[in-house]
Design a protein around this ligand. Structure first.
Ligand code: CAA
Length: 269
């Protein structure tokens, strides 16, 4: 059974550390471990990834929304859990492999960030496709202060998002970046008043969920793959994605509706 949006509104009261709900065609995954500032234990990461993968397979869902709570999106990996880990544990259990799952999600993921997005919290935010930040959002990769380095994509995604100089600055010193700087540097795409961040992100997710589904998926794929390819290969790749769209009913409907001067009725096919 799909929980109602009330489950989201009541997230702070829920006993669940990850609250999963549906708002129409938006699949909502909300971190809810406020006492630990949403620290990402292995269990929490697994539940987040399971929920995202579930919504990705659900044909009724067109867009995913990942959110934290008001004080923290997430303050990083669970340091209390990591403290006793050894090299052997890491190599044999390979806990960071779980993080690959968010990269395999085909549908667009909107992230809503309030408060702390630190360490793995910043890395989880950067794994989303579009970030809406509250004015109180704070991004940092402070792992160096704990004697470690980012392990869930930080050295790679932050560098791709803000460039080498700023990534080096942040990762080598652990310095924080506020919402205004994050917007200026292209880490987030929108900054709104803190209390409006979730609603704005949900509005954006609903808007994307109403788009022709296959076009949204292929558009995400093109943009997501862009940094991995040289321009020649990337343009060829985009062309193939563009050609594939012409096999969809929504392409016919979108163009027919334009000609008939009426709103398109997309069916996600
Ligand atoms: N792991 C486990 N528990 C955490 C946590 C974390 N990452 N961050 C916060 N908490 C817990 C605190 O231990 C505290 O719990 P107790 O009351 O039981 O002691 C509770 O959340 C509230 O935290 P504070 O009392 O510290 O709150 P504050 O307002 O004084 O400070 C903060 C907030 C600046 C975010 C501070 O908690 C902090 O610095 N947290 C750690 C941030 C960090 O270093 N993150 C990187 C983790 S490593 C990582 O993420 C590796 C990776 O890349 C994979």
């Amino acid at each position: 059974m799909v929980p109602s949006t009330d489950a989201v509104a009541g997230a702070e009261q829920s006993a669940e550390e990850v609250v999963v709900s549906r708002d129409g065609a938006v699949g909502v995954v909300r971190l809810n471990r406020p006492k630990a500032l949403n620290a990402l234990s292995y269990g929490v990461v697994d539940r987040v990834m399971d929920a995202l993968a579930g919504f990705d397979r659900d044909p009724a869902v067109g867009c995913l929304l990942l959110a934290g709570s008001r004080r923290a999106f997430a303050a990083g990996a669970d340091i209390k859990e990591l403290e006793s880990e050894t090299l052997q544990d890491m190599v044999l259990k390979r806990p960071m492999v779980a993080w690959d799952r968010i990269r395999r999600v085909a549908k667009p993921i909107v992230g809503s960030v309030n408060g702390f997005a630190l360490g793995a919290g910043c890395e989880l935010a950067m794994s989303c496709d579009i970030l809406v930040a509250g004015e109180d959002a704070v991004f940092a990769q402070p792992e160096i202060n704990l004697g470690v380095i980012p392990g869930a994509g930080g050295t790679q995604r932050l560098t791709r998002a803000v460039g080498k100089a700023v990534a080096m600055d942040m990762i080598l010193t652990g310095r924080r970046m506020g919402a205004a700087e994050a917007l200026q540097r292209g880490l987030v795409s929108r900054v709104v008043p803190a209390e409006a961040a979730f609603d704005e992100a949900l509005k954006l997710a609903r808007e994307i969920a109403a788009m022709p589904a296959i076009a949204a998926l292929l558009a995400k794929e093109g943009v997501a793959r862009a940094p991995e390819m040289d321009l020649d290969t990337a343009l060829e790749y985009e062309r193939k994605l563009f050609y594939i769209i012409f096999g969809t009913e929504d392409q016919k409907e979108g163009m027919k509706a334009f000609r008939e001067k009426r709103p398109a009725a997309f069916r996600g096919r």
